[in-house]
Ligand binder design. Structure first.
Ligand code: COI
Length: 357
């Protein structure tokens, strides 16, 4: 397989690596990129031969449809290096399926599975030195596909570019995370594309999230667009609530991202014998549980954020603080999942995917 890949995907290597210019102990999420990137164009009705080239600026028409209509989707994945130097992905098949589900919704042609996996493996082997050992060190992988056709006609493009770029990363959130429960703005609506990892789903959150930041929050927990009564997800994470000993999260729908970490948490929790309820969660039950003291935890899950405890939330001008628990579910689930990701524990689910060393 290895030989076939190198003949299948031509590689143009950088003359000089930039790795020595990077301070791996002081990374700002998503701001440093590895030496190489994977590129594959779609034209004449099909995906052309992919290639790997030095990471760098590229030329694209000012009338490319992605700039005008936001026809773009992406994925978030991570590579982990174990103590022996082997590199692993976590459930990459889920990301592959999801990027194509997202593409279908945004009228973008689906990407071939072989290109996705072989391209990623070849890229990770090439930029292997950028993946550092040690829990917390990861290489964040960003597959992205966007419309390149030079035309502002408002219809699906006839040319696209699929790319994979990689960024060494540590924690997504530096400190304590506080959220505001949305009362006015919404992230998505039924029949829309909230479930897709579409670029515009994120851009639409920036303004309300900035407003929430001015009030001292880090993120918004989105509620349903109709009544703002049901909890949906946070900006970069799915959300879980622990009321008493029960773990509760909203079901996925056409409005909510089907998070890979989310579904892994549900599986791990059920296997640990924890009572899990996947059902519509109302804002009023969360506020009520916080008032009476039975709301013990809120945490978010996502590839970038992993599992991030939320220390408090705001709703209609009122602030609610969560207790600090010695035996939090968030810590337990994070440990279980991280141990699988870094090859520190058995993987009974077959979630770990070997890339090599
Ligand atoms: C991820 O968790 O990978 C995400 O897509 C969040 C991202 C917007 C940083």
């Amino acid at each position: 397989m290895k030989n076939r890949v190198s003949t299948l995907i031509p590689v143009k290597k950088v003359a000089n690596s930039r790795i020595d210019q990077v301070d791996f102990n002081n990374l700002t999420f998503g701001s440093e990129f590895t030496d190489h990137m994977f590129v594959c164009d779609h034209k004449d009705g099909q995906w052309q031969s992919p290639k790997i080239v030095p990471y760098g600026d590229m030329s694209i028409s000012p009338s490319a449809r992605v700039f005008h209509y936001g026809q773009a989707v992406f994925e978030g994945m991570k590579a982990y290096k174990d103590d022996e130097g082997s590199v692993w992905l976590f459930r990459p098949d889920e990301n592959f399926k999801r990027i194509n589900r997202s593409s279908v919704r945004m009228a973008i042609p689906e990407f071939p599975e072989e290109f996705f996996f072989e391209g990623m493996k070849t890229l990770l082997k090439l930029d292997n030195d950028w993946i550092k050992k040690g829990v917390g060190n990861t290489l964040y992988i960003r597959p992205v596909v966007f419309a390149t056709q030079a035309s502002v006609l408002a219809s699906p493009a006839n040319t696209y570019r699929f790319m994979i770029i990689c960024s060494p990363a540590q924690a997504y959130y530096g400190g304590e995370v506080r959220v505001k429960i949305a009362e006015h703005y919404s992230r998505s609506a039924s029949g829309g594309f909230g479930y897709a990892k579409a670029a515009g789903n994120y851009a639409g959150q920036f303004y309300p999230t900035e407003l929430a930041k001015q009030e001292g929050f880090n993120q918004v927990i989105w509620t349903d667009a109709k009544e703002h009564e049901y909890i949906e997800e946070a900006g970069t994470m799915n959300v879980f609530f622990r009321i008493g000993d029960t773990l509760i999260t909203a079901p996925t729908s056409d409005r909510i991202l089907d998070g890979v970490t989310r579904k892994s948490v549900i599986t791990v929790a059920e296997d640990m014998g924890i009572s899990v309820e996947v059902r519509p969660v109302t804002v009023s039950e969360i506020v009520e549980a916080a008032r009476e003291g039975s709301l013990l935890e809120i945490f978010g899950s996502g590839t970038a954020a992993v599992i991030n405890p939320i220390v408090g939330f705001g709703y209609k001008g009122e602030q609610f603080e969560l207790p600090k628990l010695a035996d939090s579910y968030a810590t337990m689930f994070k440990e279980k999942i991280v141990n699988i990701q870094y090859n520190l524990a058995d993987d009974p689910y077959g979630w770990r995917y070997p890339v090599g060393s």
